[in-house]
Write a protein that binds this ligand. Structure first.
Ligand SMILES: Cc1cc2nc3c(=O)[nH]c(=O)nc-3n(C[C@H](O)[C@H](O)[C@H](O)COP(=O)(O)OP(=O)(O)OC[C@H]3O[C@@H](n4cnc5c(N)ncnc54)[C@H](O)[C@@H]3O)c2cc1C
Length: 207
């Protein structure tokens, strides 16, 4: 019998986790449990929609590596599945002279993280990208972009269900019970048991 993995949380982290698990281990049965009637209605559906380039993160850290690798994987996933995005670039601005050393530091992090073509630009050049901004100087980051993460999440859901995974919306997990050979999640909508539980529910108080 297939081992069953339960994943709590139908945001982008829960859905991406489910999909990668199904790709890597087709022998597993995967079930995603989401408390809302629809997926991606919390942080995933209400963020700024930026495709981060990794410029802010300290070189050599897991965070930097994760962001740089994730950037490439996200774009590959979107290209493969026809999800629109726009690599429009962004400006990181210094509005006062005392902020210029901070721009230097961010530029240095970006270069060390391997970002190409990032550079300091003048106030005039900044206004070519963003006419409404008033700055001393800024950093031009061509790799940054925008995307609708809800669309990415919904594509994951489509792939998961097409491959036999189960997504149960309207299932709020209120407690978790573990016995020697299984783990059971309990909610008002019922109970589901599996062999392994992964919580991707951001902050979920459980008993
Ligand atoms: C203001 C803001 C702006 C951001 N902007 C960006 C950006 O531009 N680019 C970027 O890459 N990142 C951005 N982020 C970060 C990004 O939004 C998060 O890293 C990402 O959405 C987290 O996804 P998640 O799946 O962990 O969380 P969520 O999307 O919140 O998913 C968690 C899910 O768990 C469910 N859940 C919770 N409790 C239970 C329960 N008891 N039972 C069942 N289900 C439950 C929730 O309903 C929810 O759907 C931003 C974050 C914030 C706060």
């Amino acid at each position: 019998m297939k081992k069953e993995v339960l994943i709590i949380g139908g945001g982008i982290v829960g859905l991406a986790t489910a999909w990668r698990l199904m790709e890597a281990r087709p022998d597993l049965k995967v079930t995603v449990l989401e408390k809302e009637p629809e997926l991606a209605t919390h942080q995933t559906g209400h963020n700024s929609g930026v495709i981060h380039s990794g410029i802010y993160y300290r070189p050599g850290t897991l965070r930097a590596r994760n962001c740089m690798e994730g950037y490439g994987e996200l774009l590959r996933f979107c290209d493969e599945h026809g999800i629109p995005y726009d690599i429009c670039g962004k400006v990181i601005v210094a509005t006062r002279p005392e902020e210029l050393p901070q721009l230097d530091k961010i530029l240095d992090h970006g270069l060390q993280n391997g970002l190409k073509d990032i550079r300091r630009i003048s106030a005039a050049e900044t206004r070519e990208h963003e006419p409404h901004v008033n700055v001393v100087e800024s950093l031009w980051v061509p790799q940054a972009g925008i995307i609708n993460y809800r669309k990415v999440a919904n594509k994951y859901a489509e792939l998961i269900t097409a491959r036999g995974g189960v997504i149960r919306t309207g299932f709020k997990v209120t407690s978790i019970k573990r016995s020697t050979n299984e783990i059971t999640v309990i909610g008002e909508a019922g109970e589901v048991s599996g062999d392994l539980l992964i919580s991707c529910a951001a902050c979920m108080p459980i008993k």
